[in-house]
Design a protein around this ligand. Structure first.
Ligand code: ZN
Length: 310
């Protein structure tokens, strides 16, 4: 968009168009009065993760250009088709998970084009915070993922951001092809993916965790004067294992987020329409359950739960 944020000391609002689609992503471009780095903040890459979207709106509203050193680009709602379609994980335009499409393709399907547009913005940035949470049918305890890819400097910067965000559970991740923080690491940009909120609820506590986390990171990185809130050293998990459904079925979880489980412990049961057991799903490792699917209806390959271990 011509002229986007070319003047310092002001806030510019608009819609980021995605060529070849009808998608328009609402943004606020906050240009600080003083020069400095650029941070990209995204909410709603998954359209049903409401606290992160509300947090993006709140941060964009509260940031004052006079107090800001550098620039913060906020994409309030990165996946409007999923949000308005009330669709968990998937973009109704092409059935794809936007957070598996990065770095995207400007000639690809709708989600691939949207991902490419976000990455265009990311290329203007030095840091990325991509706010998520449990989706419409996911129970979750908050945690923050950062990538262990990229240079040592990028990795350390991402871990410092994740720690400053204030959620006491961190995950150092090397996987998730097509995910936001992996794509950022490829570009040499420190990125974090904090998760707060669950089951399609816009709850104020989960929103506040995101908002406080963003402001703490802005303090840490010098965008705002003052120090971030001090936090105790977080747990850093290095093994984060997702269990998925081998077949479609009716899901009865036996564990919940926050539970400590043993390897081989019964984590849930999939049964058929008559109640006959299709599969007893066991925990793949000892560790802490961080999310579970809360939907009774589970499709083949849908995530059921995830267990994190140190
Ligand atoms: Zn998400």
């Amino acid at each position: 968009m011509a002229g986007l944020g070319t003047v310092t000391g002001q806030k510019v609002r608009g819609y980021l168009e995605v060529p070849g689609t009808e998608v328009e992503i609402p943004y606020t471009d906050v240009r600080g009065a003083a020069d400095g780095p650029t941070l990209l903040l995204t909410g709603g890459v998954h359209g049903g993760e409401y606290p992160g979207i509300a947090a993006a709106i709140e941060v964009a509203s509260r940031l004052a250009p006079d107090e800001l050193r550098g620039r913060v680009i906020v994409l309030h709602l990165t996946n409007p088709p999923a949000f308005w379609g009330k669709s968990q994980y998937w973009n109704p335009l092409d059935g794809k998970n936007l957070n598996r499409c990065f770095p995207g393709d400007p000639e690809g399907s709708a989600s691939e084009r949207m991902a490419a547009r976000v990455i265009e913005k990311l290329r203007q940035a030095d840091y990325w915070i991509d706010m998520h949470g449990g989706d419409i049918h996911e129970e979750l305890v908050p945690f923050t993922i950062f990538s262990d890819r990229g240079s040592e400097e990028v990795r350390q910067s991402a871990e410092a951001m994740a720690t400053a965000y204030g959620i006491p559970r961190l995950i150092r991740s090397s996987n998730v092809a097509g995910g936001s923080y992996a794509a950022a690491a490829e570009l040499g940009i420190p990125a974090i993916l904090p998760e707060s909120g669950q089951v399609g609820q816009l709850d104020p506590v989960s929103q506040a965790i995101h908002v406080q986390g963003v402001f703490d990171v802005l303090h840490l990185l010098g965008f705002l004067a003052g120090d971030p809130t001090p936090h105790k050293a977080p747990e850093v998990y290095t093994r984060f294992v997702w269990s998925r459904a081998a077949q479609r079925g009716f899901w009865r979880p036996k564990v919940h987020p926050g539970d400590r489980v043993a390897q081989g412990q019964l984590a849930g049961v999939l049964h058929d329409a008559y109640g006959d057991v299709l599969e007893q799903v066991l925990s793949p490792q000892e560790g802490d359950v961080l999310f579970t699917a809360s939907s009774f209806a589970i499709g083949q390959d849908d995530p059921l739960f995830a267990v994190a271990a140190l």
